[in-house]
Write a protein that binds this ligand. Structure first.
Ligand code: 13P
Ligand code: SF4
Length: 304
């Protein structure tokens, strides 16, 4: 297994140079994929990195909306998503058509769109946000009515934090709803010294039990800087690899071993190599949609 990976890794790194490619990976990727990436981060950091890279090719190890965001920001670059089936079920819980109908019901509302959405949906929105900057984005708005799409739980959390009333789309992350409050209560009893850190895609009942609520990279920063030796982690379990790697002396306890995003796990070393060999599958956003979606992403990046 070890030598098979060594061979694959060598081929990927060689081809990466030939193609002038950069490999970006999300914090939920398989450990071996994170380990060959040039940069590992959360959605905000990945979009910032895509926007500023000098590489001609971006191999995006994440899910479709993330590769699309890179393509929105860098239309002249080739953006490869090693498995086109790596989607995000939450992003699929809203379509541009359904959003247009909702906007007709609330013509005055400013539409704030979580980055976990398609380019078409972003194109219908006023401003994007990620889990790392959602509070800042909402606080920057002086709108009387805000329509927040598609994650009801992130929306609920931001609304509670900012005191702003928002109309919430009923979307959710199927992986994060597997993180249950009962299990957190048990783990708190088992590890009384541990800090409980969760992602804002968790349900309000889970968030109410947490010490801290962070984006995935926010969790990594907290683990590095904080003195805490034990952390109960309420998010997708791929992040445990990075947490352990960066903090060898500390203990990380996932709330649920079942909190797995199957889409994130579709990206493998083999597929990364094939995508570089074949320069395929490529994610490209049609120009009319891209320009409108970029306006919403740019507004977010300006205030991040
Ligand atoms: P982050 O932006 O916090 O990495 O979250 C992305 C995501 O898809 C969480 O499910
Ligand atoms: Fe989408 Fe949830 Fe997977 Fe994140 S963890 S990509 S929100 S399905």
């Amino acid at each position: 297994m070890e030598s098979k990976n060594a061979d694959l890794i060598e081929k990927i790194l060689d081809l990466k140079k030939t193609r002038n490619a950069v490999i970006l990976a999300h914090n939920y990727q398989l450990g071996e994929v994170q380990d060959i990436a040039d940069f590992v981060g959360d959605s905000l950091e990945l979009s910032q990195n895509a926007a500023k890279t000098n590489a001609g090719v971006i191999v995006f190890c994440g899910v479709h909306f993330m590769a699309e965001t890179a393509s929105i920001l860098c239309p002249d670059k080739v953006v490869l998503l090693p498995d086109m089936n790596a989607g995000c079920p939450m992003a699929d819980m809203i379509t541009a058509e359904r959003l247009r109908a909702k906007k007709k019901e609330h013509p005055q509302a400013v539409v704030v769109c979580y980055i976990n959405s398609s380019a078409e949906v972003k194109a219908e929105s006023d401003i994007c946000c990620t889990s790392a900057n959602a509070i800042k984005v909402i606080e920057s708005l002086d709108a009387r009515e805000i329509l927040f799409i598609p994650d009801q739980y992130l929306g609920h959390y931001i609304s509670a934090k900012t005191g702003r009333k928002m109309i919430l789309w009923p979307g959710f992350c199927p992986t994060h709803v597997r993180i249950r409050p009962e299990r957190i209560k048990e783990l708190k009893r088992e590890y009384p010294q541990a800090k409980v850190v969760v992602h804002p895609e968790c349900t309000p009942e889970v968030i109410a039990l947490a010490d801290e609520v962070f984006s995935t990279s926010g969790m990594c920063r907290y683990a590095r800087r904080n003195e805490v030796r034990e952390m109960v982690v309420g998010t997708e379990i791929g992040i445990i690899h990075r947490l352990k790697k960066e903090n060898p002396g500390k203990r990380f306890i996932p709330v649920s071993e079942q909190a797995i995003c199957p889409n994130m796990k579709l990206i493998t070393l083999e597929k990364v190599l094939w995508s570089l060999e074949e320069m395929n599958p490529e994610v490209k956003v049609p120009e009319g949609v891209r320009v409108r979606a970029k306006a919403a992403v740019d507004k977010m990046l300006q205030i991040s």
